[in-house]
Design a protein around this ligand. Structure first.
Ligand SMILES: Cc1cc2nc3c(=O)[nH]c(=O)nc-3n(C[C@H](O)[C@H](O)[C@H](O)COP(=O)(O)OP(=O)(O)OC[C@H]3O[C@@H](n4cnc5c(N)ncnc54)[C@H](O)[C@@H]3O)c2cc1C
Length: 385
């Protein structure tokens, strides 16, 4: 029989982590960051907490020494951690070093030189795809990698690269055939940040506190052995983890919306205007009901996408739907929570304004909402033609 409740083992994971977030993270969430990054003492504390909960290296397969959690298990973790703003908007690293799936494709010497030290926390990597003229449409990228004997010569500019300033190497996407673009023209390379010709040229300040970098590559020579996978198959490598990335977005959004709902309900009971608590007003009650109903729908979409990907089913549209709906839903939930709180929500005394800024950004990064809708529209027009 189809079940709509979580299996017992996942409920236990959720309850244990929720207890940790409620007692160890939320009470300190206004003091854990400096300059958009986790303070070292809090990073260590949270990493220890995750180790005790068995979540250390949860994203790393068991064959590489990780906990190898299933996507459903990870989805629960992302959801629960989404309830607090103790963590930076991107790449907090509290459940282990940030390792993109591209690195697991490396073999032999390259694996020893880049994957293993990254897993041990000795090296850091960034992912460089976006460019000033190619974000949502990376197939149009202008950075080129031209074969020259047993090397490639790379030229171009990458923009908004998270963590580039602290990285030892980048996982770089570059065009090996610009005419083919996303259909077989993009390749992936491992490039050391200290390679001659790699320059960090700007750092952006953002409303979330993230400070991504601009990187210029000027005649950067990279050994052909640093290409990951076959030439022209760079996007294929990325596609494998994109579905999971969208479930991550959706899952975190569930946590954000749930926290917004908790705060809004509590405040509606506390605050009185014109002689009655806000919670007595239908105008407020319906806003709370709307948040809950949308959260309920988003939860089903996230669980479905996670389960389908886990089972190895084709779930591209479901993953897009999950990211689109959940990220939009969570932003609307935080916005309503802000409205229920009134002026106090606009101050930095409460976490709401930061939740609002962070959640606003997720509607743009890693696939803007319009791009999600475009893909879904393509599916709908084909399926119902
Ligand atoms: C803080 C931060 C960190 C980031 N980290 C990284 C990173 O580590 N590595 C990396 O490679 N990139 C990173 N990015 C880049 C991010 O993924 C891009 O900003 C995102 O993909 C959108 O690209 P764009 O900004 O060029 O917007 P554009 O592609 O120019 O799109 C602009 C807007 O147009 C609309 N739009 C786009 N296409 C369509 C369409 N087909 N139909 C209708 N409307 C459309 C959308 O509303 C979109 O928001 C980061 C960005 C930020 C802000």
């Amino acid at each position: 029989m189809m079940s709509f409740s979580l299996p017992e083992e996942l409920q236990m994971l959720r309850d244990n982590l929720r207890r940790y977030v409620d007692t160890q993270m939320i009470p300190h969430e206004m003091e854990t960051l400096v300059d958009g990054e986790l303070k070292p003492e809090w990073r260590e504390k949270f990493q220890n907490g995750m180790k005790q909960l068995g979540l250390w290296m949860m994203d790393t397969p068991e064959e590489f020494g990780g906990a190898g959690l299933t996507l459903l298990q990870k989805s629960i973790v992302w959801q629960e951690l989404g309830r607090t703003i103790a963590l930076p908007a991107r790449e907090d690293g509290i459940t282990g070093p940030v390792v993109r799936h591209i690195l697991f494709q490396l073999e032999g010497e390259m694996r020893e030189k880049y994957l293993m030290p990254t897993l041990r926390g000795e090296k850091r990597a960034c992912f460089a795809q976006t460019e000033p003229d190619a974000g949502s449409d990376p197939g149009g990228m202008r950075t080129t990698a031209v074969r020259d004997g047993d090397h490639y010569v790379i030229n171009g500019t990458k923009r908004f690269i998270t963590g580039a300033g602290k990285s030892d190497f980048m996982q770089l996407m570059a065009a090996t055939d610009r005419a083919k673009g996303s259909r077989g023209g993009i390749s992936c390379f491992i490039v050391d940040m200290n390679t001659p010709g790699v320059k960090l040229t700007a750092q952006y300040q953002t409303m979330m506190g993230d400070k991504p970098w601009e990187i210029v590559l000027d005649n950067v020579r990279v050994p052909a052995s640093h290409r990951v996978g076959e030439e022209g198959k760079g996007f294929g490598l990325a596609q494998k983890w994109l579905g999971a990335g969208r479930v991550k977005h959706g899952s975190r959004a569930l946590g954000v919306a749930e926290r917004a709902l908790e705060m809004a309900v509590k405040y509606a009971h506390q605050r009185s205007t014109f002689g009655r608590p806000l919670a007595d007003r239908q105008g407020i009650q319906w806003q709370l009901a709307d948040i809950w109903m949308d959260l309920d729908k988003a939860t089903m979409l996230v669980r479905r996408a996670a389960a389908m990907i886990e089972e190895g089913q084709e779930a591209r549209v479901e993953a897009y739907h999950c990211k689109y709906f959940a990220d939009e839903m969570a932003f609307a939930a935080v916005d309503r929570c802000m409205q229920v709180h009134g002026g106090i929500a606009l101050t930095t005394d409460l976490p709401i304004e930061r939740m609002w800024r962070q959640q606003r950004s997720y509607r743009i990064t890693e696939g803007a909402s319009e791009v999600m809708r475009t893909v879904i529209a393509r599916h709908v027009m084909k399926a119902y033609a």
